[in-house]
Every structure is written in structure tokens, then in C-alpha cells.
Write a protein that binds this ligand. Structure first.
Ligand code: SAM
Length: 275
């Protein structure tokens, strides 16, 4: 359908490239456009807006996610210049702001995996929670308590809104601030499960993750790993974790979450720690 919309604007190889770099989030479309196609970006935006019936806005992603808040620069190509929308996933409703707080629809499989691992009665600390995607899904699916921490005030406000939208008051607790300071002040030895979804800084925050996790608890340690062979990425990330961890750890599992560049993978290692 999209290919058809872009016929006459792009060659079929150009539209293949473009479509793999296309995300639809509620009524917003975000598209990454290769440099060579940038002169046609407005035409591409208008074609996408016309073809994807429920879309109200098309943005060009002009930068990768960056900075402490892991946000990206978006440039309006067609439609309304509004970056807030509602996104639905596995029966949960999420208010998101695609420009001002981190959000990725590409992590849905990992969100479901984590929610499935949680046991009823658990406490989870989500150290880098964004708008609370993992937190809300976990608490919607299982009887658990989730501390959902983020340093970005807009992300924490949206998380509060998402708690309301999903009727999870008291089950998900949104806390705004630096995760290491919050853990030091109020969340030591509390978590059966700790989520560290800030792969670029996992090593820097590993001590905080260990502090918040109970003896025998599980840490989900995310990282970015270079691997010449895709099949090696999981094992390489296990090795990296074991090289940097200061505590006795049993590896429960490891896997690729998603590719993030040529021969680069976002991986997760699930570990049970002993303190
Ligand atoms: N887990 C969320 C998700 O998947 O939607 C968000 C993950 S995003 C890659 C990382 C988040 O960590 C961002 O929302 C950013 O604001 C937050 N962050 C960065 N440094 C932080 C810190 N020191 N303490 C708490 N949150 C932090």
C-alpha cells in the first residue's frame, strides 16, 4: 500500500529502504529518510499522510535518540504539528509524546517477555522507565508493585497519566529524578526484579541496580554489543556482564533485543544475583 503511495516519487528500491525505517505510533508517523532522498522529504510526508488513513501527522526523524532523556529531533513533514498521541499495546493504553520523552514501538516483544517473567506478588524497580511502558504492562498482566523512575519530568508526568489511564494507582509508582539518588534514598534491597533499560549506561548504573535488588533477585541488564556474527551477540553480552559485575551472578538467559546498527545489537542478559 505504501509502496503504491510512493510510486512516481521513489524507485522501488528507494521505497523499500524507506518503509523499513517507518514507525506508526497512534496517529503519528515517524520516518527516517536516507540523505539522498532528503530533497523529496515533503513529498514523502504528504504521500504517507494521504495513504495511512488514521494518520494525522508525519514527522521526519532528524537525529538519533540522544542526550540524557534519550529524545530525538523531529521535523514536521505533513499534517498537524502535534507530538502527543495515544498508543495501544497488549490491552494497555499509553499517552506518549514522541518528541519530548523516549518511546519506541519496537520494544513490544521485550515488554511482553518481561511481563510474562514476573511472578505474582513481586516488586520490580524500573530504573529508566520513560513513560512507564514496561511498568504498566507488567502491572496490568501480573499482581505486582512497580517503582517507575525517570529523570525526564515529562516522561514521569506521562507515566502518572498512564497509571490513571490503566487504573493502576498504587500498583505503579512514578518517581521523577536520578535513579541512583532515588535508590540510595529510598529503594535499597526492595526489588525482586530490576530493569536497566538504558543500554549505553548499564555499567555506570550497575552498582545502583545491585543496591536496589534483593539477595536472590533478578537483574535485566541491557547493553549494546558489537558482534561480527549475530549468533555470538548473546554470549558476548553475558561475558561482558560477568567481566564488569562485582557480585556473584547466575546467568538465566541472554538474547538479542533488536539490531541497532551494522553488526551492533541491543542485548539483554537476565541474571540472578547473590549478595
Ligand atoms: N524503559 C523505557 C521504555 O522502554 O520506554 C525508557 C527507556 S529509554 C532508552 C531510557 C530512559 O532513561 C529515558 O527515558 C531517560 O530519560 C531515562 N534516564 C536517563 N538517565 C537517567 C537517570 N540517571 N535516572 C533515571 N532515568 C534516567
Amino acid at each position: 500500500m505504501l509502496k503504491k503511495a510512493l510510486e512516481g516519487i521513489l524507485s522501488s528500491q528507494e521505497s523499500e529502504e524507506l518503509i523499513s525505517a517507518f514507525d506508526q505510533i497512534g496517529n503519528i508517523i515517524i520516518v527516517r529518510i536516507p540523505d539522498l532522498l532528503l530533497p523529496k522529504k515533503k513529498l514523502i510526508g504528504e504521500a504517507l499522510l494521504k495513504e495511512v488513513k488514521i494518520s494525522k501527522s508525519v514527522f521526519y526523524q532528524a537525529s538519533p535518540v540522544e542526550g540524557d532523556f534519550r529524545t530525538r529531533n523531529l521535523e514536521i513533514l505533513a499534517g498537524e504539528d502535534r507530538t502527543e498521541t495515544e498508543y495501544k499495546e497488549f490491552g494497555c493504553r499509553f499517552a506518549v509524546d514522541v518528541a519530548n520523552a523516549f518511546f519506541s514501538p519496537r520494544l513490544s516483544t521485550e515488554r511482553e517477555r518481561i511481563a510474562n517473567l514476573i511472578q505474582n506478588g513481586e516488586t520490580m524497580v524500573n530504573m529508566f522507565a520513560g513513560v512507564g511502558m514496561f511498568s504498566i504492562m507488567a502491572a496490568k498482566k501480573k499482581k505486582c508493585t512497580v517503582y517507575s523512575i525517570d529523570i525526564n519530568p515529562i516522561a514521569s508526568k506521562l507515566c502518572e497519566k498512564n497509571i490513571e489511564l490503566n487504573n493502576l494507582a498504587g500498583k505503579v509508582i512514578s518517581i521523577n529524578g536520578d535513579t541512583s539518588k532515588i535508590i540510595d534514598a529510598e529503594l535499597q534491597n526492595i526489588a525482586d526484579r530490576t530493569l536497566m533499560l538504558l543500554p549505553e549506561k548499564s555499567d555506570e548504573f550497575l552498582d545502583s541496580a545491585i543496591k536496589t535488588t534483593k539477595d536472590g533477585g533478578t537483574i535485566h541488564y541491557y547493553s549494546h554489543i558489537h558482534a561480527d556474527k549475530k549468533s555470538d551477540a548473546g554470549k558476548l553480552s553475558e561475558k561482558h556482564y560477568l567481566d564488569v559485575t562485582p557480585v556473584k551472578s547466575e546467568i538465566l538467559a541472554s538474547k538479542i533485543v533488536r539490531p541497532v546498527g551494522p553488526r551492533y545489537y541491543q542485548t539483554v542478559v537476565d541474571v540472578k544475583i547473590s549478595k
